[in-house]
Design a protein around this ligand. Structure first.
Ligand SMILES: Nc1ncnc2c1ncn2[C@@H]1O[C@H](COP(=O)(O)OP(=O)(O)OP(=O)(O)O)[C@@H](O)[C@H]1O
Length: 457
């Protein structure tokens, strides 16, 4: 059910708070008066001064406890509970903020006469909170009034995103109104490992957010130690194995990914040694060039299409700790065979990043800090699905999301595995990576996902 927003709603939470305190005071007064009459009727001798002092102390104690309790209830309860009361308080809060945003930006009309100022027009906004899905739906008027631009230009939606820490998911226009849907509670969109259902062309990140690798080719995932980068990478890797057997993993730091060479699914496809990585980048590149040739031959007959139209499978290069690999290679002796191998690998990588899309050869780069000296701009510009785990520093935010206007704030203090992402030029959105259950075993999971692939050869 939609609720309407009024001018007075901007004080709604405060009014409720004051009313609750008034109700408590009034109840106290009634109880005390009743008690007083009871005692008097029992003919107990009481001094008026004593009774007044006791009543005053009682009032002060109960009111200070009550205001503290109510304060906590309004600020903390909806965050940690999921029941009708928390939903009610959250609705009150949203109602207040939606109204405040209109008032503070002056998106209403007033007039004045000798009695003072009065409102002549207040926009007819309606909203509903869908607690089950964690969404907020707001109906905004496009009614030819002066404030219409405020809604039509998306300014109101932007303010909602900032003030409610919500993500705009979609906007639909119909006659006289815009209906915007926001995700206001990203944890509700979190997937469990068992929910992941990758398909050709689509890997899942969160409910409503997929990595469509054929469209937003090449991925970058950045994040500091301990923010959940590795776990997020695992969730992507497992899904890749459901759609293709052509996955090559590089882990120059020999962390958890390196141990995957002991799995059947990735036997002979995981590399940590510097020279091996450089050689394998070249192998990947050569395979891409062979496909380019095959596709050119097919296209000679006038056929059109991309790699999947000719039944080719996608190939993925999964490159974690890219920065560490570059640092190690940059320290090599200039002109040595190893250094030449590195130079070849770098130029191959650039070509893969640029040409791979049509041919179905993709790169997934994981690194802590994607600065220009760790990741050349020419490659970074070809990474179309960008994720950062945790709150990025302003510097990293500028590198990854140069056009972003949104305030990127922490999604949780206790939970790990959340961050921000951008698909192509879409809006930057907050997300929770798929949740790994307690006792998660990487090898077992990778084998299980691999066994789900149709062609297991
Ligand atoms: N998606 C998730 N599901 C469940 N727990 C998670 C998730 N992501 C992170 N965690 C928790 O946070 C911890 C750190 O995550 P992770 O190892 O992925 O961080 P990292 O950024 O890769 O750091 P490091 O470089 O030290 O590995 C994990 O051990 C795990 O307990």
């Amino acid at each position: 059910m939609y609720r309407k927003i009024k001018y007075g709603d901007q004080y709604f939470a405060r009014t409720l708070f004051i009313r609750s305190l008034l109700f408590i005071s009034f109840s106290l007064l009634l109880i005390n008066t009743f008690m007083l009459f009871l005692l008097l009727s029992m003919r107990i001798n009481l001094s008026i001064v004593m009774v007044s002092i006791v009543m005053l102390i009682e009032f002060a104690v109960v009111l200070s406890f009550a205001s503290h309790f109510l304060q906590r209830l309004y600020t903390e309860y909806p965050k940690t509970h999921d029941n009708w009361l928390s939903h009610y308080i959250a609705t009150v809060e949203v109602q207040q903020i939606l109204s405040k945003l209109v008032s503070s930006k002056g998106a209403y009309e007033t007039n004045s006469d000798d009695k003072g100022e009065y409102i002549t027009y207040y926009p007819k906004i309606k909203f509903k909170l869908l607690h089950a899905t964690g969404q907020l739906v707001v109906e905004e008027p496009i009614d030819a009034e002066k404030s219409m631009d405020f809604f039509a230009s998306g300014q109101y939606d932007k303010l909602i995103e900032t003030s409610l820490l919500a993500d705009l998911q979609n906007t639909a226009s119909s006659k006289g109104k815009i209906v915007s849907t926001f995700a206001f509670d990203p944890i509700k969109f979190r997937l469990q490992l068992a929910d992941l259902a990758p398909k050709k062309g689509t890997l899942n990140v969160m409910r409503g957010i997929d990595w469509k690798y054929d469209k937003f080719y090449n991925m970058l995932i950045a994040g500091n130690v301990g923010t959940g980068k590795s776990y997020t990478l695992f969730s992507i890797l497992g899904q890749l194995l459901v759609v293709t057997k052509f996955v090559t993993v590089f882990d120059p730091k020999k962390s958890d990914l390196a141990s995957l060479k002991y799995t059947k699914a990735l036997e002979g496809k995981v590399f940590s040694d510097n020279t091996e990585i450089n050689e394998q980048v070249h192998v990947f590149y050569e395979e891409m060039m062979q496909r380019a040739e095959k596709m050119e031959n097919i296209k000679k007959s006038g056929k059109l299409g991309a790699y999947m139209d000719f039944n080719f499978a996608p190939h993925f290069m999964f490159f974690d700790e890219f920065g560490a690999w570059r640092e190690r290679n940059d320290a090599l002796k200039f002109g040595s065979p190893e250094y030449d191998g590195y130079q070849t690998a770098m130029s191959n990588l650039l070509e893969i990043a640029m040409l791979g899309r049509e041919l179905g050869f993709y790169i997934i780069v994981g690194m802590q800090r994607p600065s220009a000296d760790s990741l050349p701009m020419a490659i970074r510009n070809q990474l179309n699905f960008k994720m950062v785990m945790g709150v990025p520093t302003p510097e990293i935010s500028k590198m990854l999301f140069p056009d972003n206007q949104k305030d990127l704030r922490a999604l949780s203090q206790d939970l790990k595995g959340w961050g921000f992402l951008q698909s192509g030029n879409d809006q930057v959105r907050s997300f929770f990576a798929p949740e790994m259950p307690k006792g998660f075993n990487l090898h077992e999971w990778i084998e299980m996902m691999n066994s789900q692939r149709k062609d297991k050869k």
